[in-house]
Every structure is written in structure tokens, then in C-alpha cells.
Write a protein that binds this ligand. Structure first.
Ligand SMILES: C[S@@+](CC[C@H](N)C(=O)[O-])C[C@H]1O[C@@H](n2cnc3c(N)ncnc32)[C@H](O)[C@@H]1O
Length: 215
């Protein structure tokens, strides 16, 4: 992580009131649409949206889901999300403080989503976050983010190198499969932006753990 959690939270809280107006890039909009489309909750599904920000994904999914839980480290972003939910009359969504490391939620989770947030973590922290998400035992995890499909062009980064730390698609796929997810979709929006759809089958006790080389 190139900034501490508190630094990221302060940075996003400061920009919260103008955040939505600035999210107009084709890649961000396409990525968000793909996350919503691939999450596809049923009426009895509970969705956990990590790094929910002003609720772009959470609020789009709420009409189809039983309940949506949005978690973020920035109080300013969460306040925007809550006021959008209230203005839209959406009452099956709950926004609260929580991070990838400590989602602050231990209820039913059928689908986890995260859009344009995990790239703030270092690669080790992304692996840890994916393990924590796996422990929540969702059927599906839909990750939209800045990620490298090839060698990123240093002259044209889609991200801010001083605050962002995107991973390669390979690292993300390895981390997901190491935690028992099966990759069922890869959507390449741009050389540096994509959506991964990862699913887990069966109940936790039915899943067989993959032995490591030492076992
Ligand atoms: C670029 S915004 C994306 C917000 C939203 N998901 C969207 O699609 O518009 C990134 C969000 O991730 C949050 N964030 C950064 N680090 C985080 C962490 N470790 N845990 C949870 N949220 C985090 C920030 O506060 C910010 O609201």
C-alpha cells in the first residue's frame, strides 16, 4: 500500500462530494456496468460491496438483491452513499465503516463485489483480502479494477503511481484460485482495466483443499 489506510480515507473523504461527477471515463463506466451485470443477484441474495465509495455498485444492485452491505474506510464517501440511498428510497442497503482486512460484517454473504478499490492495496494485501473474502464463503466474487493485462505503458498509466498499486491479472487469478475460486469470467475493458468473475461451488465442508507442495 503506497498510502496508509488513514491517508486513503482522508483523500477520498476530501473528494467525496465531487467524486461521482468525476467518474466519467469510458473505462470506469464500462467496468462498473460489467461488475453489476456479472454480480446478477437474485431476490434472496445478500451482497457485500467492499470499497463501496459513494455506492455506485451497491445502489445499482440493491433493487435486485435481498440486501446489500457496503463497506468503506472513508466516512465522507459513506455519507454520500447514504444520502443517495435515502434520495432514491432504497432501504435494503446498509453503508458502514469496514476495510478489505476487516469488513466488519459477519452475516450471510452470497456475492462479494468490489469496483476500482482493491488497487489501493499492495499485492500481499490483495492476497490477504482475497483470503478474507473467501472466508466469508460467497458463491461469487466479482472484482472490477485497474489490473495489468500486459506490460503497462509507463507513459500512459491509467492509474496514479503515487497512490495506486495495481496488480497483474496473473497475480489476481492465482490468488483467487489459491483460495478455491474457479475463474468463470475475464472481461478486459482496457489494457489496464478489467473484471474478474470468480465462483465457488458446493458448501465449505464439501470443498476439498488443494494440497501445497509440502503436504
Ligand atoms: C475509486 S473509489 C471506488 C468506489 C466505488 N467502488 C466505485 O466503483 O465508484 C475507491 C474506494 O475504495 C476505498 N478504499 C481504499 N482503500 C480501502 C480499503 N483498504 N478497504 C476498503 N475500502 C478502501 C476508498 O475509500 C474509496 O471509497
Amino acid at each position: 500500500m503506497k498510502k496508509t489506510i488513514d491517508e486513503h480515507a482522508a483523500r477520498f473523504s476530501e473528494a467525496a462530494s465531487s467524486y461521482d461527477d468525476e467518474q466519467d471515463s469510458t473505462e470506469y463506466l464500462a467496468c462498473a456496468d460489467l461488475v453489476v451485470e456479472n454480480a446478477a443477484p437474485d431476490a434472496d441474495d445478500v451482497v457485500l460491496d467492499l470499497g463501496t465509495g459513494t455506492g455506485a455498485i451497491a445502489l445499482a444492485l440493491a433493487p435486485d438483491a435481498k440486501r446489500v452491505v457496503g463497506r468503506d474506510i472513508s466516512e465522507g464517501m459513506l455519507a454520500e452513499a447514504r444520502s443517495k440511498a435515502e434520495a432514491a428510497g432504497i432501504d435494503n442497503v446498509e453503508f458502514g465503516e469496514g476495510s478489505f482486512r476487516e469488513p466488519n460484517y459477519d452475516g450471510q454473504v452470497d456475492i462479494v463485489t468490489s469496483n476500482f478499490a482493491m488497487h489501493h492495496l499492495s499485492d500481499d494485501e490483495k492476497r490477504e483480502a482475497i483470503a478474507i473474502i473467501a472466508d466469508l464463503d460467497p458463491d461469487r466474487f466479482v472484482l472490477g479494477d485497474v489490473m495489468f493485462f500486459g506490460e503497462p505503458d509507463p507513459d500512459e498509466p491509467f492509474y496514479s503511481p503515487e497512490v495506486d498499486d495495481p496488480a497483474t491479472v496473473g497475480l489476481l487469478v492465482d490468488s483467487l484460485t489459491d483460495e478455491g475460486f474457479v475463474l468463470t469470467g475475464v472481461e478486459r475493458v482496457h489494457e489496464q482495466v478489467g473484471v474478474l468473475v470468480a465462483e465457488r461451488y458446493g458448501t465449505a465442508s464439501e470443498r476439498v483443499s488443494i494440497p501445497t507442495e509440502d503436504e
